[in-house]
Write a protein that binds this ligand. Structure first.
Ligand SMILES: Nc1ncnc2c1ncn2[C@@H]1O[C@H](COP(=O)(O)OP(=O)(O)O)[C@@H](O)[C@H]1O
Ligand SMILES: [Mg+2]
Length: 272
């Protein structure tokens, strides 16, 4: 479990994070949900140590990360896998070499054969067992995300962070990538945090959802609860999608639509 307590961050007097307190639960997909510019990426960068919060603390499974000794921070960072927005693969390396890269960096004690076994295992797990020799320019956006996931999990990560894993993908490919992240999270009991503004991801894989608005956490809960949340900013965010509005209408009329989508047993009206 990752515990975030009262994290604040300002840039030149502009307070972007106004005291965020939340937890990312182990073995779950924890979604950081919110509109553009609400501070999701800044929060993620504070959590993984790419930025220092001004105030507040971050604890990984009981180990304090903020302001701790370099060695302890490094030990935690070794357990972190990142899937970057746009995948951020090395263009001059093959799919195989991209996946092997963190193993060479983080686990120099591994032999070449051990690395090969691990890379082959990870590429197979993301459905790319035959793509090892391809260059990033030769593969689709969805395949690039899969390589990004294989590279993130290659060093056996305990924590996985994904910044907008669906950006630039069509809805069906997005769904497949969401499902893959969800499966891997549950299979290996990883604490996964996913930045998103995609309501499809919420209803598909939102084990735990944290809603951010203008640098504050306004709500958290799961995908069954979110459609009945009574926070005006969250309702506005959810129902800004005409598809969700239409499904909600069907739901209210037939007690079918959204309840069925979210597997919710609660057909109570959200009163939009
Ligand atoms: N390094 C930075 N310096 C100054 N301002 C920043 C920096 N990074 C982000 N911001 C500002 O913080 C706000 C939140 O950004 P961000 O976390 O990227 O939003 P999002 O929720 O879309 O991921 C934005 O107004 C952005 O301009
Ligand atoms: Mg962002």
């Amino acid at each position: 479990m990752i515990e975030i307590h009262n994290v604040q961050k300002s840039f030149n007097g502009n307070q972007v994070l106004k005291g965020i307190t939340c937890t990312f639960e182990t073995g779950k997909c924890n979604l950081l949900l919110g509109g553009s510019g609400t501070g999701k990426s800044v929060l993620l960068q504070c959590i993984v140590g790419l930025m220092q919060p001004d105030i507040g603390s971050i604890t990984y499974d009981g180990s304090v990360f903020t302001n701790n000794k370099v060695q302890i921070r490094q030990e935690i960072r070794r357990k972190i896998g990142m899937l970057f927005q746009g995948s951020a693969l090395f263009d001059s390396m093959t799919v195989y070499e991209n996946t092997e890269f963190p193993l060479k960096m983080l686990t120099p004690e591994m032999t070449k054969e051990e690395r090969r076994d691990r890379v082959e295992f990870c590429l197979k797990r993301v459905g790319l067992e035959n793509a090892g020799n391809k260059m990033p320019a030769e593969i689709s956006g969805g395949m690039k995300k899969r390589v990004g996931i294989a590279r993130a999990i290659a060093p056996n990560c305990t924590y996985l962070f994904c910044d907008e894993p669906n950006s630039g993908l069509d809805p069906l490919t997005s769904l497949k990538i969401d499902e893959l992240i969800h499966e891997i999270t549950h299979e290996y009991n990883i604490t996964t945090a996913i930045i998103t503004h995609d309501m499809n991801s919420v209803v598909e894989i939102g084990d735990h959802i944290i809603f951010l608005h203008k640098g504050q956490k306004l709500w958290d809960g799961n995908k069954e609860e979110i459609l009945n949340a009574q926070v005006p900013e969250l309702k506005e965010f959810i129902f800004s999608s005409s598809l969700v509005r239409a499904a909600k209408k069907v739901d209210d009329e037939s007690e079918g639509g959204l309840s069925a989508i979210t597997d919710s047993t609660n057909s109570q009206s959200a009163g939009s």
